[in-house]
Design a protein around this ligand. Structure first.
Ligand code: C2E
Ligand code: CA
Ligand code: CA
Length: 454
């Protein structure tokens, strides 16, 4: 062999060793020494192909609010936690059949193994192992690990499809903070996702084509039945699926951000209705519109309301805003300021669904609100137990002491109306008076109102 060829060989060998080292680095996550995402997915693929008829389960682990650990305790502490979790997973893997583990990204880990038992046994195993580790990890931090699991139904399925199902299971777990830390994928999750996507694809056209209808539900004096206002509620006249209630689409719009556009449409419609009654010379009652907590994130909300009121030349006192109690729970101080700015425009503020978010009664005093709208559950439950009846009585007294108006939602019977009256609550809304009705039917209520007050 010539010297040249020998040198060339040495260089080639070095290049090969370099290449293998780099490949290994890419295949291994340097922090935890587990497989990196690509290598993990390809190893799972190989394992499923080699065992087409064996049952496997794919599990995704995700540390809840991991960024907070980094911000509270520093990046080193975050890294330590990830390493510790990887160490625990390796221990798991040793006792599980055909088990492959990997770090998918950030604080997300994956595991796939031959799983032949029931969901209950998986839950029990996780309880025993992970819980004991999590429980004692740091006394000064509530650590929670979200686990999404999918028992693979068909081993020839692509890894991407398998992984998207575990993500759906994890999401279900996250949405239910008190419902445990482990959720299994089920087919309805994909159906929901497809349904929500369909709603998302159709929403802009629906708005352009006036498929959203704004109906009105009267608010009445509990003793005389006199009309004192109305709530504007939205419906979707869907060309294929019929008349859809808000529960079908509002939660999707709150997630994808479209709620602001829809609410703006409803606010405009409400003012258009008020203008039509002014023009007809009717005796007016204020109309309440719902303001989603997502709308409150926009700092231009007061300007937006001013603009709408000016567009229809409607005095602010005829538009009431319903803001749910839970909106205040997130960032009370910021929301209080934002709502105060709305009140400064001259808008009357109602706290909707009061009693569902357990806001601090201390805070109530400082909140810029005019009316407490008691959640339906108060009316529904007071008959069930004396304790609940006392709470209802207490809330009405409290509202009076704070100089707030109080209105009960979900009044369905004469008995309920009379009971509320006996407590000192004089305003109500519910099927006892009327269901939400289209504008043309509500016009009749407004006309009668002229007669009643004439
Ligand atoms: P909400 O603001 O608490 O509205 C009251 C809901 O209770 C309405 O349901 C109404 O039809 C129903 N209701 C009224 N009286 C009774 C009664 O006596 N018995 C019973 N069982 N139910 C009664 P709806 O119209 O289905 O609205 C549900 C929720 O959807 C609303 O709850 C509100 O959170 C949301 N929503 C409706 N329209 C809009 C809107 O334009 N914008 C936003 N952001 N949310 C809206
Ligand atoms: Ca409402
Ligand atoms: Ca309500």
């Amino acid at each position: 062999m010539s010297v040249d060829i020998a040198v060339e060989n040495v260089v080639l060998k070095r290049k090969l060793a370099d290449y293998e080292r780099k490949l290994k680095e890419q295949e291994t996550d340097p922090l935890t020494q587990l497989y990196s995402k690509q290598k993990f997915f390809s190893e799972v693929r190989k394992m499923l192909d080699a065992n087409p008829h064996k049952p496997f389960i794919f599990i995704r682990f995700d540390i809840e609010r991991f960024q907070l650990i980094n911000s509270f305790f520093g990046l080193d502490e975050g890294d330590k936690l990830l390493q510790y979790l990887a160490f625990k997973m390796r221990q798991f893997a040793l006792v599980l059949p055909n088990c492959i583990i990997g770090r998918i990204e950030g604080d997300i880990f994956g595991m796939c193994y031959n799983f032949n038992s029931s969901p209950e046994s998986l839950r029990a195993m996780m309880m025993q192992n992970l819980e004991s580790f999590i429980g004692g990890y740091r006394a000064d931090y509530e650590l929670r690990i979200i686990i999404g699991a999918y028992p693979i139904e068909d081993n020839s399925m692509s890894i991407e499809s398998i992984y998207s199902r575990v993500i759906l299971a994890s999401k279900k777990c996250k949405q239910n903070p008190t419902g445990g830390y482990l959720a299994f994928y089920d087919a309805s999750m994909s159906e929901d996702m497809i349904k929500n996507q369909r709603i998302t694809n159709q929403m802009s056209t629906a708005l352009k084509e006036n498929q959203f209808e704004v109906v009105l539900q009267p608010k009445c004096h509990l003793k005389t039945g006199e009309l004192i206002g109305a709530e504007a509620l939205v419906r979707w006249r869907h060309p294929e699926n019929g008349y859809l209630p808000p529960s079908e689409f509002i939660p999707v719009f709150e997630k994808n951000g479209f709620i602001f556009k829809l609410d703006e449409y409803v606010w405009n419609k409400a003012c258009e209705y008020i203008r039509s009654w002014i023009d007809s010379g009717f005796d007016l009652v204020p109309i309440s519109v719902n303001v989603s907590r997502y709308d409150l994130r926009s700092s231009s909300l007061p300007a937006k309301f001013k603009e709408i009121l000016e567009r229809y030349n409607v005095p602010a006192k005829y538009l009431h805003l319903e803001i749910t109690e839970s909106s205040y729970a997130e960032d009370a101080n910021a929301i209080v300021q934002e709502v105060q700015r709305l009140k400064d425009v001259g808008l009357h503020i109602e706290m909707d669904d009061f009693g569902t978010a357990y806001s601090s009664l201390n805070m109530l005093n400082e909140m810029p609100i005019d009316t407490l709208k008691l959640d339906m559950s108060f009316v529904r439950n007071y008959e069930k137990s004396p304790g609940r009846a006392i709470i209802l009585q207490f809330i009405v007294k409290l509202a009076q002491a704070l100089n707030l108006e109080v209105l009960a939602e979900g009044v369905e019977t004469k008995e309920q109306a009379e009971h509320l009256l006996s407590l000192g609550c004089c305003m109500g809304q519910g099927y006892y008076f009327s269901k939400p009705v289209p504008k043309k039917d509500f016009d009749v209520f407004v006309m009668q109102h002229v007669t009643a007050s004439a």
